[in-house]
Design a protein around this ligand. Sequence first.
Ligand SMILES: Cc1cc2nc3c(=O)[nH]c(=O)nc-3n(C[C@H](O)[C@H](O)[C@H](O)COP(=O)(O)OP(=O)(O)OC[C@H]3O[C@@H](n4cnc5c(N)ncnc54)[C@H](O)[C@@H]3O)c2cc1C
Length: 509
Amino acid sequence: MSADFDLAIVGSGFAGTLLAMIARRLGRSVLMIERGRHPRFAIGESSTPLANLWLEILADRYDLPRLRPLSQWGTWQASYPHMGCGLKRGFSYFHHEPGKPWQGRDDRSDQLLVAASPNDFVADTHWYRPDFDAFLVEEMVRLGVEYRDETTLTACDLVTDGVHLEGKCRGQSFRAHAGFLVDASGPRGYLHQTLGLPEAQYEDFPRTRGLFSHFTGVGSWSQNNPVFAEAPFPPDDAALHHTFEGGWMWVLRFNNGITSAGFAEAVDSATERSNDLAADPAKAWNAFLKRFPSIGRQFAEAQLIRPWTVTEPLAFRTARCVGHRWAQLPMAAGFVDPLFSTGFVLSLLGIDRLARALEAGCPEGALAAYEADTLADLDATARLIGGAYRVLGKPDAFKALTMLYFASASFSETALRLGKPHLAPGFLLRGHPRMGPAFRSLLADAGRQPTTDWIARVSDTVAPINIAGLCDPKKRHWYGVEAADLLAGAAHLESSPEAIQAMLRKCGL
Ligand SMILES: Cc1cc2nc3c(=O)[nH]c(=O)nc-3n(C[C@H](O)[C@H](O)[C@H](O)COP(=O)(O)OP(=O)(O)OC[C@H]3O[C@@H](n4cnc5c(N)ncnc54)[C@H](O)[C@@H]3O)c2cc1C
């Protein structure tokens, strides 16, 4: 093959394939290069209301109706029941101390449940990526993207009018020219290595690492446990988190019998000495299960069904993510941590911005703005998660910190749904004139100010964006979705209760 394209994309994960489809809808010719072959394992599975809203927005704006059902559980099950998927009604957190069983205290101080949806139909999902990404690749090819899998790029020359690529696809050499190159190959991926791009560090962020895989036979955390009889949603139908000092674990159940699980932890000299994850991941995993006996019980019958993945260091940030005729998608530009499931929404925000830049012919100004926004979103995420790592051992402070995430995410989602995006500038409201600086200051003090004072500051800070009844002691750490909270917050959204009711009806509620 020797051919010319408007756009070449390296990496056919969900982000690269979605951008490829959008580019086709914009009338561009697209070459997609993938080193592997679908279906294949990919990590990054748990979606969120804001991510699903962005999937809807992009599917509608770029006329991709076959993707829209993937934005909620009910439509997904009706349209694509064969594709692996997990029901995610919200976020559940359980705090553990080493060597002790989890208690389920009467005051619920060792737990937090935050619903993201009022019923299963409109609920979020966990994407079983082997199925999800393979589906997107099929769609992309249907829309006319030239797809080369099992391909290794051997040369990449950035020239004035684009990029010359050379490679080998299943033993056959090829050359191609594209007017623009997008790197969607993930952290420390293709362009990072090929161009030798410099790394930058997140400020005030610990060194972290992760160990994860897929399992069958993982036990239910909450079934038959009377503690959860009145819970706002079944805590297993969620992004289930086990938290402990210095780290946390995720457990995500799919409807095909498979569960994704892993842990992320800050690395200090003690953890490093006691466990070399890469040398013997199975030993490290077993030691982890032994350290937290209730988690050990949940995994007592679990069977590993694919090799372990060890990621160390887990966090990554590039210093540059655009250049003449090239750009990296957000996941190639940086990754912070899976806590709060920020990866999809950051990717989708990046796709939105880059698609608009492509529409405009990629002028330098648009690319510079794309870079500034992408890196600023990553830094805001790192401030939140860096603060979280400092308070993971203090459950009250950690629960308060999550309120910053839930308040800003629910406010942003609702502002967008009401057609008022100017109310929610930047991910985590980083561009908001009051919230941006207030979040910065609070997160810098997380774990460093007396806990009670800090928790009170969180509650005061989020008050003007609190449209979800958060920080309410009467709820005792269980937050359902209540239309009344949203209606009471109408004024924060410069809206009337009637406008909120109309929005809820539009969402099928
Ligand atoms: C441990 C962990 C847990 C996460 N959990 C969540 C979560 O719960 N929720 C969430 O929103 N986000 C999560 N994320 C982030 C999430 O993984 C990403 O947002 C998402 O996968 C980004 O998709 P992508 O298409 O950019 O990259 P990927 O899905 O990584 O796809 C990259 C593709 O590029 C290909 N590729 C790589 N190098 C080359 C090359 N040289 N040439 C050709 N092809 C190449 C790969 O084979 C792959 O197909 C998590 C990330 C990690 C590390």
